[in-house]
Design a protein around this ligand. Structure first.
Ligand SMILES: [Zn+2]
Length: 60
């Protein structure tokens, strides 16, 4: 589980910020751009981030 700076595909209407997102993994390198581009966060990444937060809370 790895949260990274936001990136998006010019072919998608959403952005991603987690390397484990199955949707983000389908993005072709030449379609990938840095930043959110004002798009909404992908649902997969939202869930992955929530999981990461929960694990951190347990560890603290
Ligand atoms: Zn995603």
């Amino acid at each position: 589980m790895a949260k990274i700076p936001p990136f998006h595909s010019i072919m998608q209407k959403i952005y991603h910020d987690d390397t484990n997102c199955p949707d983000a993994r389908t993005i072709q390198v030449n379609h990938k751009r840095q930043g959110t581009a004002g798009k909404q966060k992908c649902l997969f990444c939202q869930r992955l981030n929530v999981k990461a937060d929960m694990i951190q809370e347990v560890r603290q």
